[in-house]
Design a protein around this ligand. Structure first.
Ligand code: AMP
Ligand code: ZN
Length: 501
């Protein structure tokens, strides 16, 4: 694909939960935007609600890179928590072995969905000493205390600004009321666990503050500051993390540094199913693998999850996936047509202008709080205009270059035009075989996958011969047979082309 336009340096404005305004996103150190995004708890396969959050953060990351902002992006892996300890113990497995399989699956899923890997991946279990130091610093500052069982808690009363991110009225904070669950009631503020003393038989770390393991919140404060410094540019996560997780991160970090922990906060709204949050506990979820086995393409899942802007909740539907599948088909068919068209030299001023306009509108929509829905529209308008121009012989060679450049900058962020769908589907099928999930594979997908390129070439050749021999019945029969295998053939002036649906 062509090089993207020389994209002018551009400032992205993003809704900042902390200020309640659209704030410009610029690296305070003038070098790279230091961003921290809360990662997964690796106790199971992620669902596509989780991936919606990581995908939207990927859109931001890619747009920053496209507009000339370098990023230093850290994502944590929560590889120790109550659930992990419980599940690993039930399987008589060390927790590291238990989490490794889900961490591997998580990165595989991200790769299938085209999510770029952050610069730094930080595992909680590899940063325990840094967390212990932070708890010690909090204790020195009078913001942490130890209870009789050896656990450590954050003293909310020591941080009067608590609640400034989520804007909750937390005036009823009761000094000393404690909770040691990582996820607790949404409306009450309690002293929360920084460090949990080991119960008999549990995995623990032997440290200067006792035997135990870190709480979830301290993990992110410690690792964000370890890699990005005391004051970072952006912190991101799903909307459920705003309270208490992010509020707690602010309290822990700022109680020690007395500096703003993060200047900007981005919260991605939920993926819903029938109006309810997609979640493990509701049981209303799909994993990426579930959808791949139903025959949906990874690119369509990516597009469906990002095309509604991150500040809106998105209701998941199969119609939405079909719409995304069709949109990608349009993009790919057009891109192929444009590349293969036989064009006269020169440039058509109207098309040059259409390309410039589409590019400008596309960039402006993304720069305005990542409006991924509005950003798509000018690209599809351009495709319509260009298709008509090709039909009428008015699209010239230099117009092709200009339009391919627009498509390239679209794909630098959306990443769906270049077809990399075969690998995720093939790997999901391999996984289904191993995991005993073959009964979940759509029949249509099995037929499609069992047909090799060589099989198709042979049938296409046979059809061409049949037509030459005026055996149209056989030719039609082959066309239908291929259609059943998900293969479309197109006859053109330059011969026969085929593609998989
Ligand atoms: P977890 O592994 O549960 O800690 O979640 C990983 C990320 O996914 C967090 O940023 C969550 O906020 C986010 N998340 C969880 N459920 C959803 C959902 N239904 N829609 C969007 N994001 C979600
Ligand atoms: Zn976090």
């Amino acid at each position: 694909m062509s090089k993207p336009f020389e994209v002018p340096q551009m400032t992205v404005r993003l809704f900042n939960t902390l200020t309640g305004e659209l704030d410009p996103l610029v690296p305070i150190d003038g070098q790279a935007l230091r961003m921290y995004a809360c990662g997964p708890t690796v106790y199971d396969y992620g669902h596509i609600g989780n991936f919606r959050t990581f995908l939207q953060i990927d859109i931001l990351r890619r747009f920053l890179l496209l507009t000339g902002t370098r990023v230093r992006h850290v994502m944590n892996i929560t590889d120790v928590d109550d659930k992990i300890i419980r599940n690993a113990a039930a399987l008589h497995m060390p927790i590291g072995e238990y989490t490794a399989q889900f961490e591997r699956a998580f990165f595989e899923d991200l790769h299938f969905l085209g999510v770029q890997r952050p610069e730094i991946i930080a595992r909680a279990t590899e940063h325990i000493p840094r967390m212990v130091e932070l708890i010690q610093e909090l204790a020195e500052a009078g913001a942490a205390y130890q209870t009789e069982d050896g656990s450590w808690y954050f003293r909310l009363a020591a941080f009067p600004e608590y609640g400034k991110l989520s804007k909750k009225d937390l005036s009823g904070i009761e000094d000393g009321a404690r909770v040691d669950l990582d996820e607790y009631e949404k409306d009450s503020a309690r002293d929360f666990a920084l460090w949990k003393a080991a119960k008999p038989g549990e995995t623990f770390w032997d440290t200067p503050i006792g035997r135990g393991r870190p709480g979830w919140h301290i993990e992110c404060s410690a690792m964000a500051m370890a890699y990005l410094g005391e004051s970072i540019d952006l912190h991101a996560g799903g909307e459920d993390l705003m309270f208490p997780h992010h509020e707690n991160e602010i309290a822990q970090s700022e109680s020690v540094t007395h500096k703003p922990f993060s200047r900007s906060w981005m919260h991605v709204r939920f993926l819903l199913v029938d109006g309810r949050k997609m979640s493990k506990s509701e049981g209303n979820f799909f994993t990426l693998r579930d959808l791949l086995l139903k025959g949906y393409k990874a690119s369509a899942i990516r597009l469906a999850l990002v095309s509604v802007p991150y500040r809106h909740q998105l209701n998941f539907t199969f119609d939405g996936l079909t719409e995304a599948t069709n949109a990608i088909e349009r993009l790919r068919t057009f891109s192929q047509r444009l590349k293969q068209a036989n064009l006269a030299p020169g440039a058509n001023p109207a098309l040059q202008e259409a390309a410039q306009k589409a590019q400008a509108e596309y960039m402006a929509a993304l720069a305005n709080d990542l409006n991924t829905a509005e950003a798509r529209a000018p690209i599809f308008d351009l495709i319509r205009t260009a298709n008509t121009a090709i039909d009428q012989g008015q699209l010239l060679a230099e117009d092709r270059e200009a339009i391919l450049a627009v498509l390239a900058s679209f794909d630098a962020v959306y990443d769906v035009i270049e077809d990399r769908d075969a690998e995720p589907t093939r790997r999901a099928l391999e996984w289904a075989e191993k995991a005993g999930r073959m009964e979940d594979v759509a029949q249509e997908l099995l037929v499609r996958q069992s047909t090799t390129d060589e099989d198709i070439d042979a049938l296409v050749a046979e059809r061409t011969l049949a037509k030459r021999q005026r055996n149209f019945a056989r030719a039609d029969q082959i066309r239908n047979e291929l259609a059943e295998k998900g293969v479309i053939i197109e006859d053109s002036k330059d011969g026969v082309r085929w593609k998989r649906k």
